[in-house]
Structure formats: structure tokens, C-alpha cells
Design a protein around this ligand. Sequence first.
Ligand SMILES: [Zn+2]
Length: 506
Amino acid sequence: MQLFEDQDIKPYVPIARKYRPKLFSDIIGQDPIVELLKSAIRTNRVHHSILFTGTRGVGKTTMARILAKSINCLNRKEGESEPCNTCRSCISISEARNQDVIEIDAASNTSVTDVRVIIDNSLYRPVDSKYKVYIIDEVHMLSTSAFNALLKIIEEPPVHIKFILATTEYNKIPKTILSRCFKLFLGFVPIDVLQQYCRHILQMEGCSSDDLALKIIARSAQGSARDALSILDQAIILGNMNVTTSVVSHMLYFHNLELIWEIFSSISKGDVESAINNVESCCNGGMPPITVLSLLTNFVHCASQFLLNKENFDFEEIIRANSDTLKNIDFTFILRSWQVLMKGFEDMRYSPSQLQALEMLIIKLCYLNEKITPQDMLEQHEESNIPKTTKICTKTHTQNHTVEAEQQRIKSSTITCIGDILELLYANKELNLYNVFYHKIYIMDLSTSRLLISYDRNEVTSASIESLQNVLTKLTGLNIEISEYNNLARSVHEVLNEEKIKKKVK
Ligand SMILES: [Zn+2]
């Protein structure tokens, strides 16, 4: 006895499959490639080996199927390029049961034996179609020997054969194969095209939506039509047929953008504690560490766009609201943050705990800001007993000094301590010499007119010392004298510590 009648089950078809393009004219965002293919079909100049390449979900396999349908369509007249989708050939290809159009997933058929089967079968003429078409998806997954076996047949296939290869990883295809194929590069689908496409599909589904929600979806899809539709699918279910900004924001964690700004802002101030607290808030709110990292990376990119006076980017509202703070952020800091964040994705992949990897990355970013000198860190360490709010205030105060003002302030006073010299080097952007001075130089004596230093010849080149001597003479007006190292010499770090203690006693 059958418990359920088949009619009781209403099949659910994901949007991406339901609205999969059936004609070339349905394909979005790939106009030049579509025109080229249509023209090739119209003029009967379809190459025997075509390679589609591009990121995921831009229409590689879809285009391959439409192409296969079109060249085999029984109703297509001369000079036309679209398949009819009604003849027995078109229908059987759409239903994946046409024995002359063979789709192979190279990811699960990687061996040379799999390719030999293709080669052996290709010698037979098509059963019921004009052409026998092999669509090999993810072709980069084939083994080297499999590629070698494929080489000969791809170069000179029998006239009744067409090979259509598709890959997301163009670089992994051997050059010998590439040179024998007609290569078609599919680009990212533009955001406005995706947005329009989503709107159209929602109308067909009878759902309501708002513009910002669609914009967020289109941006999150990163140029992939399939990704956009899969996000749309979730949003329809979550919003109960209403795809609103609030639904989409919650689904993609965009309601937490304020926290991402807080993290970035703390990082730029070098405030580790606050940055880590905000990361914890994000993760406790259910946001996976990898999403925090992605959003932070996105934010840094948006900040760069803002500094370059570009328009139209994510986080726009938050960035405009904090524009005054952002304008004071150094572009080099943005660039260095970007590099560390990129490395962060790799770290996270190999780390046993994603959260730990994220926290360590955030700490690293906090120490990136070159405006924070070792002296600042010492201060921060000593002020750790002072209540947090005061600490943040002092920090912001020093941050707001422009380099020029800092330079002016120091120049106008005389050099009284080693800390002044470090600040002066820093303010004049002599970062290399700053490092040399801080790490490699030993202090013998500092008076109102001269600075006596020494160094280890194995650690510093004489060229560095010469340059340090010249720059310091110019900047400080002191007599810079170099002496042989003896046991009176103390490291800069040591002297700085003493200077701090002296200041406190006063
Ligand atoms: Zn047809």
C-alpha cells in the first residue's frame, strides 16, 4: 500500500534551477560572449573545442547546454541562433536524457581511464542528433595523464563531435590544452544587472521587496548570478515572501555593521581591549569569525574607496557618519591592514580555532598603526591603572596631532631626553632610522649640546650610522658623537624606562 499519493508532494525547485536560462537571450551580464556564440551558430562556425572559464555561478554550464541544444535543435532555421526548446532534441537535452549530449563531471571522473571511455565512444556517430556533444565540467580536475589522453582528440576530433569544457580555474589547465581550445572568458555579473534580475524574479514569484534589500543581495553575491539567487531563496523563506532590508540584513549579518566599524575604529587607535571586546560581541551575536573577517575586509576596502572620493560602496551610511574620523586615517594604514587581513584568511583556514585566529589577527592589526610608537605603548602600560575612559581620551588626543604640529612642537623646545629624539625621528617620517635608533643604538651620554652613542658593528652598517648621524645633527642641533661600546652604554629601551620613572617622580 502506498502511504502517500505522489500528488501530495508538491515539488520544491530552488529559484536558481527554476529560472535557469533556456535561451541565450535569458543569460544576464555576459553580452559580448553571448553575441559571439550566437554569431558563430548563425554562420555555422562553432569551434570543435570550446572552453568556458569564469568564477562560480556566472553561467558556464548553462551556456554550454544552450549551445548544445542550439546546434542540435531540429527546428532551428538557417540564420537563427536560439534553440526552440520544444523539439524532441531540445526537450531531451533539458531533461538530461539525450544520449548524444554527454555531461561529465571531471571532479569525479579524473582518471585516464575515464577519458579513454570518452575517446572510444567518440568514434561512433551520434545516435539521433547532428552532433555528439561532450560537456566536461570542472575540467581542471583531470589528472595529467587524463589531460594528455584528451589532447589528441581535442585537437582533431571527428567532424560529428563538439567538446565544451568549463572551469573555474583557468590556470590549472595545461597550456597544450588551452592552445587547442576556443577560449571564452565569462566576467562577473555587474551589481545593477544582478539587482534588476533579482527584482524580476521576485515579481515572477509574487514576492515584495525593497531596493536596498536587493542591493545588499546583489553586492553579497559578488558577481555570481547563482549566488544571488541562492541568497534570494533564503530571504524569501525567512521573510515569508517579503524580501525586506531588515530580513536581508539579519540574514547576512549586515545589522552588525556598526560593530564592524567599532572594531575598525579601535584597531586604528591601537586599542586592543576594545577591538577584542567588539569581536566577542559580534561572535556572541552568532556571527561566525570568518564572516567578521570578511566584513572587516569589506570595510577596509570601503574606507579606501571613501578616501579616494569614490561613490557607491557598502557600509556607505556608517562611513559617511564617521567621515571626520576616517579622513584622519593614514592611507598606508589602510593598505597594511588589507595585507594583514588577506593573510588572515589563510591563517584562519589552517587554525584549529577560527575565533583564536581572528583574535590574534585583530591584535596584530592593532599594532600596525605606525602612529603608535614604543613610547606610547610604555605609556599605555603604565596608565593601565587609570580608568578606561580616561585612557581612551588621552589616546584620541595624541592621535589628533598632525605630524606637522608634532614636528613643530618638538623643534620649538630643546631636546631633554631620548624620548624627544625618537619622537622627532618619527615626526619626520624617518622610520628606518627610528628603528635603527630604537633597537640597535646604545646611549652613553646626553647633555644640552651633545649626544654620545655607540653601536655594535655586527648589528648596524656604517652607512646606517652615517645617515643617522647626519639626520640627527640636522634635526636636533646636537653634536652627535660615536664612541666605542663599553659597559656604560645602555639600550634605548632601558633609558626610556628610566626617563618615564623620572617624569613620574617629578
Ligand atoms: Zn529544438
